[in-house]
Design a protein around this ligand. Structure first.
Ligand code: ACO
Length: 331
C-alpha cells in the first residue's frame, strides 16, 4: 500500500524595502490625489525597492525569516520555487540566484510566471511534490519589484504597485498533524493575455531604443476590464474548492485574497457571503505587490496572532495571463 503524504505551511516570512511612498508623494509625480487613490483602491502607501535591490535580495530576507519560523536549517530545503514577473534577470531564474545566495545547490530551483496568482500556482506545484513523496521542505516565494517596470507617467497604473516578498516553507506534514493543504484550484484564460502585459523585452518585441523611448518595457494594464474579471474568476476558484470539499463558507476561518483593490476584495467577500471580520486586508500599507500579496498577508496575520494553528484558511488570487486560483488549507 502506498503511503499518503500531506503538505503543510510550516513557516512564513516577509520583507519589504525601507523606502515608503505615500499617496501624497504620488500627488507630486502624477495628476492624482490621496482621496482618489484611497477611495478607488484602499491604498495609502507602498514600499519601494532601492536602486541596488533586485527581487532575489527581497526574497532572500523573507526566506531567512520563513526558514527560522519553520525551525529548519537552510540545508533541509530540497526545492525552491519563486513566483515572480519582475525577477532579477529574464534568465536565469530568480530561484537559482536565490539558491546561490542561500549557499545551497543540488536540487531543483525554478520560477513560475503567473502574475499575481504566482504564489498560488507555485504552492499548488509544491503540494504535488510533497504529496508524491519527492520533496520534504520546499521554499515557495512570491516576490516583486514592479516599481522598476512601472510607467511613472501613467496614473492608471503607477499608483497601484509596491515592492515586497513573502516566503513560505511548504513541508511534509507528520501523520497526526492537523495542519495540511486540503485542495487547490488553478485556471487561466489566455484569450485576455493582452490586458495586462509587459510588451517589450521578450522575443515578440526585443529591446530597441524605440521600445525604451515608448515605455514598452513597463506594465500595460486595462484596469477596468481586469476589475470585472477579477471577482468572477476568484469567486469561481473559491466555489469549486468549497463544493469539492463539501464545505460551507461559514466553516472558513479566514479569507485572504490578492490585494489588488479593496473594492475587489469586498466584492468577493460579499459574493461569497463571508463575514467581513474574516477577510484579511493589508492593502493600505503595501498596495499591490503582485505575487507577494498573499504570502505577505499570511505571514503578517500569523505573526500578529490573528491566524492560529488549526484555522481553516481560503486563499484566492487573479492576475496577468489572465490567471486565477484558490488554495484551501489548515494552518
Ligand atoms: N488618479 C485620479 N484619477 C484617475 C487615476 C488616478 N490615479 N487613475 C485613473 N483616473 C481617472 C480616469 O482617467 C477616469 O477618468 P475619466 O472618467 O475622466 O475618464 C476615472 O479616473 C475612472 O477611471 P477607471 O479606470 O474607470 O477607474 P476605476 O474605478 O476602474 O479604477 C483601477 C482604476 C484602480 C486601476 C481599477 O480598475 C482596478 O483596480 N483594476 C484592477 C487592477 C488589477 O487588479 N490588476 C491585476 C493585478 S496586477 C498584476 O497582475 C501585475
Amino acid at each position: 500500500m502506498s503511503i499518503k503524504y500531506y503538505a503543510k505551511v510550516s513557516g512564513t516570512g516577509m520583507y519589504v524595502p525601507d523606502k515608503v511612498l505615500t499617496n501624497f508623494d504620488l500627488e507630486k509625480i502624477v495628476n492624482t490625489s490621496d482621496e482618489w487613490i484611497r477611495t478607488r483602491t484602499g491604498m495609502s502607501e507602498r514600499h519601494i525597492a532601492a536602486e541596488d535591490q533586485a527581487a532575489s535580495d527581497l526574497a532572500y530576507e523573507a526566506s531567512l525569516k520563513a526558514i527560522k519560523a519553520a525551525r529548519i536549517r537552510a540545508k533541509d530545503i530540497d526545492m525552491i520555487i519563486v513566483a515572480t514577473i519582475s525577477g532579477d534577470h529574464p534568465f536565469p531564474s530568480t530561484a537559482c540566484v536565490l539558491q546561490q545566495k542561500l549557499g545551497l545547490k543540488g536540487f531543483p530551483a525554478f520560477d513560475v510566471s503567473a502574475g499575481c496568482t504566482g504564489w498560488i500556482y507555485a504552492s499548488n506545484i509544491a503540494k504535488q511534490y510533497i504529496e508524491n513523496g519527492i520533496a520534504k521542505n520546499i521554499l515557495v516565494i512570491g516576490v516583486e519589484i514592479l516599481t522598476k517596470i512601472t510607467n511613472w507617467k501613467d496614473r492608471g497604473t503607477c499608483i497601484l504597485f509596491g515592492d515586497g516578498a513573502g516566503a513560505t516553507i511548504i513541508s511534509r506534514a507528520k501523520p497526526k498533524d492537523i495542519s495540511r493543504f486540503i485542495d487547490s484550484e488553478l485556471s487561466a484564460d489566455g484569450t485576455h493575455y493582452d490586458l495586462l502585459i509587459q510588451n517589450a523585452g521578450g522575443s515578440r518585441m526585443p529591446a530597441t531604443k524605440e521600445t525604451v523611448e515608448e515605455n514598452l518595457h513597463t506594465v500595460y494594464m486595462e484596469g477596468n476590464k481586469i476589475f470585472k474579471n477579477a471577482v468572477r474568476s476568484m469567486y469561481s476558484a473559491c466555489d469549486i474548492v468549497l463544493r469539492r470539499n463539501h464545505l460551507d463558507v461559514h466553516s472558513i476561518d479566514w479569507l485572504i485574497t490578492h490585494q489588488a483593490n479593496l473594492r475587489i476584495i469586498q466584492a468577493l467577500g460579499k459574493k461569497l457571503k463571508i463575514n467581513d471580520k474574516k477577510v484579511i486586508v493589508n492593502i493600505e500599507k503595501y498596495a499591490n505587490t503582485s505575487s507577494a500579496t498573499i504570502p505577505m498577508a499570511l505571514d503578517e496575520a500569523i505573526r500578529n496572532g490573528k491566524i492560529h494553528h488549526g484555522d481553516l484558511v481560503l486563499l484566492a488570487s487573479f492576475g496577468a495571463g489572465l490567471t486565477s486560483g484558490s488554495l484551501l488549507f489548515r494552518v
